[in-house]
Every structure is written in C-alpha cells, then in structure tokens.
Design a protein around this ligand. Structure first.
Ligand code: ADP
Length: 306
C-alpha cells in the first residue's frame, strides 16, 4: 500500500507553546485514520499544516512522495479539507454554493456539482437555501465542497461535532462510502474515541502536540477486549487446568501468575466449577475489560474526567 502522506519531526510553536511537537506520521492510501485527542491536543493544527493553511516551525511534510519545499502547490490540490466551519453562503442553495466553490477553484462544471450532490445525498434539496439546512446537511455540503477537484486525501476536522444522532450516522455512512467506493484516504479528527471507532480503520492518538500512539482497529480491539481475571493460590496449576480441563489456550498468564481468560465470559459458573473440581483454589474471579475511553485516557495519561 502506498504512503500518500508523511511528516517528519513536524512541529509548530506559538511563542513558547508547542501546538505540535516532532510529529512523525505515515498515512497509507485507502485507510480511514481517526485522529483522536482532547481539545487543544493539536488536531486542527496538524490538519492545517498538512493542508498548507499554516507554516510549520520545524520538520517536513511529504505529500504523495514529494517534499514540502516551496509550496507543494500541485500536491496540495490532491488534498481536500473541511477544517472548522464549512465556508458556505447561507442565502444560496446547495448547488449554488458548490457552483461558487467550483468557480473559485477553477473547476466550472455542472456535472461535477450534480455528482457531488448525489454523492453526499443532497441531490433533492433543490432551491432550499443553506440557512434552512440542518447542521448535518451543512456538514455534508461542506464535505462535497472539500471533494471538488477529486482529492485523494480528505481531511475532516471534527465533522460530527454538534450533530444529532441522525446527522452523525449520515456523516459516518458518507465517510465509509467515500473510502469504499471512491478509494479516498481520510483523516478525520474527533475528541470522541467511541465515535471514531465506528468509522476509522486506524487510530492516531495525539496529546499536547505529540503523537502518543498509532494503532489499527484490530490492535485497539485487542487492547480493549473483555476477559475473566483469575487469580489462584497456585498460578501454574491454574494455567494448566485451564488448558487441560477447560480445553482453551485463549488466555494470558501475567508476570504475577494471574490469568486473563478471554474465553467463556458467559460461562463463568462452568469455569469456576472446573477449577474447583480440579483442586485449584481461586482467590479472584472477575470480568474485566477496558472501555475505549479508558484506553484513550490510559494512553494520554490521566483519569476519565481529567
Ligand atoms: P485541537 O484541534 O486538538 O483542539 P489545536 O490544534 O486547535 O487543538 O490547538 C493546539 C494548541 O495550539 C492549543 O494549545 C491551542 O491553544 C494552540 N493554538 C492553536 N492555534 C493557535 C494560535 N493561532 N495562536 C496561539 N496558540 C494557538
């Protein structure tokens, strides 16, 4: 899979404040990256730097294999972004807005406008003015506008912020559609990991301007999965009985000899009985797991209400 964006030591300082600190990132084509961080973590700054809306104070950006020396104008056209509020004219219809944006980007084509309206599900809004649109419809129109010029990389900054549940689902479906059918690479930011979980294939956790972790959906699932925490007087015996009598190897023995059993979550009674019948003296048995929010907080180092 080809790398379409790479940053090396990308940094941005406002006086003494670091908004971004030595960010190394590699985005692969076709993936949906969830950029997750609390307010003020540096998400918008990162997207602004990539979109060319601000200048880094250090490091470099490689777009589509070319380094950011002297502007990256051509490569920049291969990026579409919706950063902060979409720039829409409230007194115009969806189509008129797109027409205006097309003109501004030098792509005057009615065909493009119709295609984009269809893609974001606004083809039936006719003469309805944007000021009468729901927030979700406005966001979708903002995404349509970011898609003018058929960019390969689409960056969406907090696109679901403030949306009602229907609006959230519409944006989610649209993002999946853009990835699946249009093969776009998408970088989408949010402060809400459970929301991003629904749509992203990979996650980038950012905190205080630094990338704390990059992990795939599968890796996140692995780290958040539920298990039965078991402790026994004899840890070796516990592990042996699980394997030989419960016939499972789906467990992990921890350094303190306690065990995380990933099987039989709904059969705890049977687990307890088999251990008892085989002479294991169990001192702890509890269902544990890490929620997405807890995991996020553990990575950035803090409590949930921090
Ligand atoms: P996020 O999008 O994750 O909420 P931002 O990228 O907007 O975070 O901000 C990262 C940090 O940089 C914050 O501490 C913010 O106050 C600071 N910052 C952003 N833009 C400016 C600016 N124009 N001047 C000074 N500080 C800024």
């Amino acid at each position: 899979m080809s790398i379409i964006l790479e940053t090396r030591d990308l940094s941005k300082q406002y006086k003494s404040q670091w908004a971004l600190k030595y960010v190394d990132l590699r985005l692969q084509q076709g993936k949906i990256y969830g950029l997750i961080g609390k307010n003020g973590a540096g998400k918008t700054t990162l997207m602004r730097m990539i979109a060319g809306l601000g200048f880094p104070t250090g490091g470099s950006i490689l777009l589509f294999g070319k380094e950011n020396r002297g502007g990256l104008e051509e490569e920049g056209k291969r990026i579409g972004s919706l950063i902060e509020e979409p720039a829409l004219v409230a007194g115009m219809s969806a189509k008129e807005n797109l027409h205006l944006q097309c003109l501004m980007k030098g792509i005057p084509s009615y065909e493009v406008e119709n295609e984009l309206l269809e893609l974001v599900g606004l083809q039936d809004t006719g003469k309805k003015k944007v000021k009468n649109f729901s927030l979700g419809m406005r966001q979708r129109l903002g995404i349509a506008s970011a898609l003018i010029g058929n960019p390969e990389l689409l960056m969406l900054d907090e696109p679901i912020n403030g949306l009602d549940p229907v609006g959230v689902i519409e944006i989610r479906d649209l993002i999946k559609k853009l990835s699946t059918y249009e093969n776009k690479t998408i970088l989408i930011s949010s402060h809400n990991l459970p929301e991003l979980y629904q749509v992203a294939t990979d996650f980038i956790i950012i905190h205080e301007g630094e990338i704390r972790e990059i992990l795939s959906h599968e890796e996140l699932d692995e780290r958040c999965k539920s298990y039965i925490a078991l402790e026994a007087v004899d840890g070796n015996q516990l592990a042996a009985v699980l394997e030989e009598k419960l016939h499972t190897q789906n467990f992990q023995v921890m350094p303190d000899k306690s065990v995380k059993l990933f099987d039989c979550l709904d059969e705890r009674e049977r687990v307890g009985r088999i251990l008892y019948e085989n002479g294991v003296i169990v001192t702890k048995m509890a269902v544990c797991g890490t929620s997405l929010e807890e995991y996020f907080m553990s990575v950035i180092g803090g409590s949930q209400d921090a």
